[in-house]
Design a binder for this molecule. Structure first.
Ligand SMILES: Cc1ncc(COP(=O)(O)O)c(C=O)c1O
Length: 382
């Protein structure tokens, strides 16, 4: 028996990864060029990537940062969140959107989510506002646009967590991230665009850009020498290597987004017949999702973790519980006294959610294999 990789296997029996970035010669060339230039950081690719990203979205300004988390942290500081403040946000998100409030010794105040879009419910958010609320932090979860126009009516500063939402569009045709509020994108390897690790904050106010550019670089004012720092800052810089990768990825973004939408449409067809399975909300009311993950909710009466194990062990299909409710994580229970039952919609969705394999180059055959395996595991073979 050969120990090497099987080259004769039909494509539809190869292992299916959960996620996989699209990287090619353009990315290789871009990174090698930076290596040869000798300027690996604080070089020309940073503003070039920022400008190209802002142009692509129609946002006035953009600041490149080392991660989505770093961007959210700096954006919250820019709108003035500090000690003892409250930030109203979603418990159905990646933990970073709540953690960044705690970084500034503010309290993340959760409100329940809409059962269809899975985004922060504007009515629940309004009810959670107190006289200590200094910002609202909606999350465009799984790339579906949050109802920012309604949050704007609260009259509070908004920081948008758009880490999962590159390519999403609001009903008025404005790209998510281009409404003027600081909006934060993440570029981890499973995202619509990747720089390995990284992020961008977009914003309308040039004063926010100036502050974020300074705070990502140890608090250095733009026109000062190396050793003069006029405010507290961090090292949240994104390297030129990463920005070169980001520029190359931007060139192929339309194609990657279209491929993600194609894969999602195929999943929609392949899974439509499974009784009780919750599927991602279709675009409605002029909203356009920027496809990031394909998350389903297992039918009631099935254990999500049992389904995950059976997919893996019986069919070799990876999947992931995505996302767990933040308020029920042990740190949040212990620090803020949260308990089950506080946000019933979020808790129900989180307990049943499963992210299936999803990436731009996924073939129809691979989607169909996942769908057939899921139907079998759920006892619904057609
Ligand atoms: C909703 C959301 N917020 C924040 C983040 C944090 O981004 P990063 O991992 O780049 O720090 C992520 C990324 O995984 C995310 O999905």
């Amino acid at each position: 028996m050969s120990a090497g990789p099987r080259t004769d296997a039909p494509a539809d029996t190869e292992p299916i990864p959960l996620a996989r970035p699209v990287l090619g010669e353009a990315e290789e060339r871009a990174v090698v060029e930076v290596l040869r230039s000798g300027q690996l950081s604080l070089g020309p690719r940073v503003p070039a990537f920022e400008d190209a990203f802002a142009r692509r979205l129609g946002a006035p300004h953009a600041s490149a940062v080392s991660s989505g988390t770093a961007g959210l942290h700096l954006a919250l500081r820019a709108v003035g969140v500090s000690d003892g403040d409250e930030v109203v946000t979603s418990p159905f998100s990646f933990v970073a959107s709540a953690n960044v409030c705690v970084f500034e010794r503010a309290r993340p105040v959760f409100a329940d989510i809409d059962p269809v879009t899975l985004n922060l419910d504007p009515d629940a958010a309004a009810a959670a506002v107190t006289d200590r609320t200094t910002a609202v932090l909606p999350v465009h979860i799984f790339g579906y646009p949050a109802d920012i126009a309604t949050f704007e009516r609260l009259g509070l500063p908004i920081v948008e967590d758009a880490c999962e939402a590159l390519g999403a569009v609001h009903p008025d045709g404005v790209a998510v991230g281009a409404r003027g509020h600081p909006a934060v994108f993440g570029f981890y390897a499973n995202k619509q665009l990747t720089t390995g690790e990284g992020g961008v904050v977009t914003m309308g106010d040039p004063a926010f850009k100036e502050r974020i550019d300074s705070e990502r670089n140890q608090g250095r004012a733009p026109d000062m020498g190396w050793l003069d720092h006029d405010r507290l800052g961090f090292n949240y810089r994104l390297s030129d290597l990463a920005c070169a990768l980001g520029l190359a990825q931007l060139e192929r973004l339309d194609g990657m987004l279209a491929d993600r939408a194609r894969v999602a449409a195929r999943y929609g067809e392949a899974l439509a017949g499974i009784e009780g399975l919750g599927l991602p909300a279709p675009d409605a009311g002029g909203n356009v999702r920027g496809w990031f993950v394909y998350v389903v909710q297992v039918p009631r009466g099935h254990g999500r973790d049992d389904v995950l194990r059976a997919l893996r062990d019986e069919h070799g299909i990876p999947s992931k519980p995505y996302l767990p409710a933040i308020h029920l994580m042990s740190y949040y229970r212990e620090t803020f006294g949260h308990r089950e039952g506080e946000f019933p919609v979020c808790e129900d969705i989180a307990a049943r959610s499963l992210a299936l394999p999803f990436f731009p180059e996924m073939t129809d055959g691979q989607v169909d294999r996942v769908a057939t395996a899921l139907a079998r595991v759920l006892g619904q073979t057609s």
